[in-house]
Design a protein around this ligand. Structure first.
Ligand code: FE2
Length: 380
């Protein structure tokens, strides 16, 4: 069972939450700005198994955009597209291509969380506002994070636990079978060279996160690429944000390639937790989601590195699934190819068996696989 799937808080966790000046109950949703939301939604329905549950647009009285609300397990994604060339959504897409605009936190008190963050220096994107509708009362504020990414701060009170104001119910127009992905395990930011510690400090000082892991360019490097990464976790450990910055390699690092195509910092990948990665990856592959291949040589050394696991090593190799182990257990993971034409945002599918890490032992294997694609694009 993936550890990020929320369960009732223990007494210790409740106490930590009370002392936390920016307590986060869960990720509320992730909103993407995309060039054609209707078609993007079809990809997440057919490939990832998300259900369409809400819609907002001209038919609901919103003249300048369409937004689609998708859900699977505890994951909520919103895909928003502008209907006209002017305005911040169109500008975001023009600059970045399709990408993540908003990582929204659900909190018990939006006004106090917003005040705590902004008093500590976080830049405001939107002051708290409350709307009341048939679904209850909903308060939202927002602060700015790296690049053009923001964090909405959502207080739902008695509000419908799945829905957002302004949306009307919507339904799939074809049969959607779930793929087994259940929750967001972590979301990774790529930031510019020399900026990692600024954003580590942002999450630590303004949102009360802790730096729990650190990889330097000696741990993670290949012939071409190296990266430095620090992992930030919120007080109750439910929100995990590794932050990467490029490090000098012989040629352009993949983090730098992302920054060059996204035109600045942004979300690099979203890791989605499943309780059965073999079934999930087999299913998603059959639906046309493309995963990064892993060389046979990776699997020759794997049983010795990882030891006994529940899954068959032959099956892992058949599906290109990676494995890693730390003091507390093992994890299985795999990465998709970028899901848009710019080599920017991609996904990870992860199944944890106790391990709390992020697959540092696999970064090199992942880098080598990504570099083969970079080479094919002429960027190495
Ligand atoms: Fe990851």
């Amino acid at each position: 069972m993936a550890m990020t799937i929320p369960r009732p808080l223990s007494r210790k966790e409740r106490r930590a939450e009370q002392e936390d000046f920016f307590p986060i109950q869960r990720l509320d949703y992730v909103e993407f700005y995309v060039g054609n939301a209707r078609q993007a939604v079809h990809y997440y329905q057919s490939g990832f198994g998300f259900n369409l549950i809400g819609y907002l647009g001209p038919e609901t009285g919103v003249r300048d955009r369409s937004s689609y609300l998708l859900e699977q397990g505890q994951i909520r994604f919103i895909f928003t597209t502008p209907l006209f060339p002017e305005g911040p959504i169109a500008e975001h897409i023009h600059k970045h291509g399709d990408g993540v605009r908003d990582i929204a936190f659900q909190v018990p008190d939006a006004a106090s969380a917003y005040a705590a963050a902004t008093e500590r220096g976080a830049a405001s994107e939107a002051e708290p506002t409350t709307v009341r509708d048939n679904n209850g009362s909903f308060t939202r504020a927002a602060i700015r994070a790296y690049g053009d990414t923001i964090h909405s701060i959502i207080q739902r009170n008695d509000y419908h636990p799945h829905f957002l104001p302004g949306f009307r119910p919507a339904h799939d127009t074809f049969e959607i079978k779930p793929t087994g992905i259940k929750a967001v395990d972590h979301m990774v930011a790529n930031v510019e060279l020399g900026k990692m510690d600024d954003w580590v400090n942002f999450y630590a000082n303004m949102l009360g996160f802790q730096n729990t892991l650190h990889f330097d360019d000696k741990t993670i490097n290949t012939e071409y690429s190296a990266l430095m990464s620090k992992v930030m976790e919120n007080g109750n450990g439910r929100v995990k944000f590794p932050i990467n910055e490029p490090a000098a390699g012989r040629k352009k690092s993949q983090i730098q390639e992302y920054l060059d195509y996204y035109i600045g910092p942004g979300v690099q990948h979203i890791a989605l937790a499943t309780a059965d990665i073999v079934a999930t990856v087999r299913d998603m592959t059959s639906r046309g989601v493309e995963f990064m291949p892993t060389p046979h040589s990776y699997y020759e050394a794997l049983p010795e590195r990882i030891g006994e696991i529940k899954e068959s090593y032959n099956t892992l190799e058949e599906l290109s699934i990676l494995a890693d182990r730390d003091d507390e257990g093992y994890l299985l993971q795999i990465f998709t190819r970028p899901v848009e034409d710019r080599p920017t945002v991609f996904y990870e599918i992860i199944e944890r068996h106790g391990a709390r890490g992020f697959g540092a032992g696999n970064f090199k294997a992942l880098f080598e696989a990504i570099e083969r694609e970079q080479e094919a694009r002429g960027n190495l």
